[in-house]
Design a protein around this ligand. Structure first.
Ligand code: MOS
Length: 697
């Protein structure tokens, strides 16, 4: 076996390995497992936000054509209580939010299930609901920690004293609305039971976690449940936790004695798969005469549901972004009668960066210092809160490279003066950062007699290119060309692994792959006669990791046009320059950054779940009223990165890139709209009606 002469694969622009399989329709997604006798489940949702179910006309609906079973809180099998309380479905008569699952109709065909579900009548004992987030809500409290495990509150130095003495100050409120995850593939599961074992094809971001919850719900040991997510059409965080389809398909297939598929409809996704919490953010920045920050104060208000506590990490960015002797951050949470907010791409850092980076633009405005220069002056090599040094931070390089590419240096700082016909022109920028974490994962590497290798990881490729990146990492560790490595992901049997969330994937799974492949290569002496397998686990390596601060950074620049007749904001140009350690694959990395910035554009201009206080739910629950960016909204996005060598961050020198691109985009656009119009928008999104009102005034 000649293994040492293969060229290095990491860093090469390999097209994604599953591309052809996907675009030719050969990749099978969770709802596409067509086993004989498969039945379909259709979800029925509550029509009230709070109260109790009095009765459901199940007997009548059971007589509808093709109906196999109607599962409700009285007829569904009893499930064990689990920490992931949202998975405890159809177990009691309480309604905690509008859109909660109150029944599942199981029928021979999807159409029969849908037709029968329309005949369901649920009677309720309705109670008054409370669905609106306010900063003065009497029920607001300090959560114990914020996602995933940051302290809720921090205070270093004397913020109030420093702010009181500041030469330049900003004291403002910023707001971001609820936003909804809408990956291309809706949440879906096909479940069946085989001799007491539960098998679930599920669209998710990490089969291992979902297997654990299903096993607990049904009182099975881990080997009794297998969850498979070989292909996943996106997730954006909404598939990182177990969702109703997996639980409902499992229950229904147990009752029906055959395979059952449950797919969430686009409308249902607005209430049962998580969303981004709305935020209200009070930010106070103080700086000295030369623009050096003396205080950063960031307090966030956000919501969670009655059934599960999710506290988003909105203020964490302010702990690490800039040099300042005093910094105070905090989170206040209120439980409302609403669907449970959960992860959405760049949780915390997305909304939090709108606040912080808008406030920095305002500080640039009041101090008369250029926004890029202001940020360079406040660069640092350690966290303001706690003082931990960064393993690497090429932030100033991103600012310099980005302003050069964009042509920022020739910018006239004056707002509201560039008129081109009926359009006002402006440019803006913002910074970004995101944790570059890792979590324990397992990988198995197998050498086969034909000279090929299999590497198996409980990872999930949700469309990011993880499969391709892991193949490259594995090939290099084995010293073979990537063509000889077959990567298997998505199966809970592969052992514990972090989910495809919090941008942990490539660094965490790659570390496990690196370890398993290196150990295998060391063990081999030529091509084996029979299969040789090595399994590696990074749990102990992670425990031994130092306490350095691990973050990726970047800077984004945008050019906008604002239509003075309609208030429409067009983004003409976007430039993002990032520093995220070693880039494993320039093709898939570039695509991740473009995707992130596109989501940031949606956050800036389009996306908002509009809560109707009377109705008790988001009123615009479809994609015609909840607009996500389409091609016509998005300019050519220019992506660059700094070649960052970081031997401290993890053995691969890789930092996650999935969420970084979302951070700061909305602020950069709002800052550009200020530069164009002279009007400062401190809440999102910048819809035409709002902008028209502002520019006319
Ligand atoms: Mo990402 S929102 O943590 O899946």
């Amino acid at each position: 076996m000649s293994t040492t002469t293969a060229p290095i694969s990491v860093g090469s622009a390999s097209p994604r390995l599953d591309g052809v399989t996907k675009v030719t329709g050969q990749a099978r997604y969770a709802a596409e497992f067509r086993m004989a006798g498969r039945a379909y489940g259709c979800i029925a949702q509550s029509a009230i936000a709070r109260g109790r179910i009095l009765s459901i006309n199940t007997d009548e609906v059971r007589r509808c054509p093709g109906v196999i079973e109607v599962l409700t809180h009285t007829s569904a099998p009893r499930l064990h209580q689990v920490a992931e309380t949202q998975a405890w479905l159809l177990q009691d008569d309480r309604v905690h939010y509008h859109g909660q699952v109150v029944a599942l109709v199981v029928a021979e065909t999807l159409e029969q299930a849908q037709a029968a579900a329309e005949q369901l009548h649920v009677e309720y004992d309705v109670e008054p609901h409370d669905v609106v987030l306010r900063a003065d809500h009497p029920g607001s409290y300090v959560p114990d920690h914020v996602n995933p495990n940051f302290p809720s509150e921090t205070h270093t130095g004397d913020v109030d004293a420093a702010f009181g003495q500041a030469a330049f100050a900003v004291d403002q409120w910023y707001a971001t609305p609820a936003e909804h995850n809408h990956p291309m593939e809706p949440h879906a599961s096909t479940a069946y039971w085989d001799d007491g074992r539960l098998i679930v094809h599920d669209s998710n971001q990490g089969s291992g976690r979902i297997q654990t919850v299903l096993a607990a719900l049904f009182g099975l040991d881990a080997a009794g449940v297998q969850v498979i997510a070989e292909y996943v059409g996106g997730g954006f965080g909404s598939k990182a936790a177990i969702r109703p389809p997996a639980v409902l398909a499992a229950i229904a297939s147990q009752v029906a004695g055959r395979a059952v598929t449950v797919v969430v409809t686009r409308r249902e996704m607005f209430s049962i798969v998580g969303c981004r919490t709305p935020t209200l953010q009070h930010i106070r920045l103080g700086a000295d005469e030369s623009g050096h920050l003396s205080s950063v104060d960031h307090l966030c208000y956000e919501q969670t549901s009655q059934i599960f506590e999710f506290a988003e990490e909105t203020a964490v960015l302010s702990r690490i972004m800039y040099a300042t002797p005093s910094v105070r951050t905090g989170h206040r949470l209120v439980r409302l009668d609403v669907p449970t907010p959960r992860w959405m791409r760049a949780p915390g850092f997305g909304p939090g960066s709108f606040g912080l980076e808008s406030a920095m633009d305002e500080l640039a405005q009041v101090s008369g210092i250029d926004p890029v220069e202001l940020r360079i002056r406040n660069d640092t090599d350690h966290e303001a809160e706690g003082g931990a040094p960064f393993t690497s931070r090429s932030y100033a390089e991103c600012l310099r490279e980005g302003s050069q590419r964009f042509g920022w240096l020739s910018r006239d700082p004056q707002p509201g003066v560039r008129l081109d016909g009926r359009w006002l022109l402006g440019s803006g920028m913002a910074s970004c950062a995101y944790p570059a974490g890792t979590g324990p994962s397992t990988a198995t590497a197998v050498a086969r007699p034909d000279g090929t290798f299999i590497v198996e990881i409980g990872a999930s490729d949700i469309g990011t290119g993880a499969r391709t990146a892991l193949t490259q990492i594995s090939a290099d560790a084995l010293g073979v060309p990537p063509e000889r490595v077959q990567l298997r992901v998505g199966d809970s049997r592969s052992g514990p692994a972090v989910p495809a969330a919090l941008s942990l994937g490539t660094a965490s799974w790659g570390w496990a792959a690196l370890k398993a492949c290196r150990q295998l290569a060391a063990k081999l002496d030529g091509t084996p006669v029979t299969e040789v397998a090595v399994r590696a686990d990074t749990t102990e390596d992670l425990k031994a990791q130092d306490k350095l601060s691990r973050y990726s950074f970047g800077a984004q620049f945008v050019q906008v046009r604002v239509d003075t007749a309609t208030g429409e904001v067009r983004v003409d140009r976007m430039v993002g320059v990032f520093a995220a350690g070693r880039i494993v694959n320039p093709v898939t990395a570039r695509s991740q950054f473009i995707g992130g910035m596109t989501m940031g554009l949606g956050m800036a201009l389009h996306e908002a779940g509009i809560m109707d206080p009377q109705f008790g739910d988001y009123a615009n629950n479809d994609l015609s009223h909840y607009h996500v960016p389409a091609h016509a909204d998005v300019p050519a996005i220019e992506i660059g990165w700094i070649d960052e060598q970081d031997s401290l961050v993890n053995p691969l020198g890789v930092k996650g890139i999935g969420e970084l691109g979302v951070v700061g985009t909305a602020a950069a656009i709002a800052n550009a709209v200020w530069h164009a119009t002279g009007v400062r928008y401190r809440s999102l999104p910048l819809t035409p009606s709002r902008v028209l009102q502002g520019t006319a005034g």
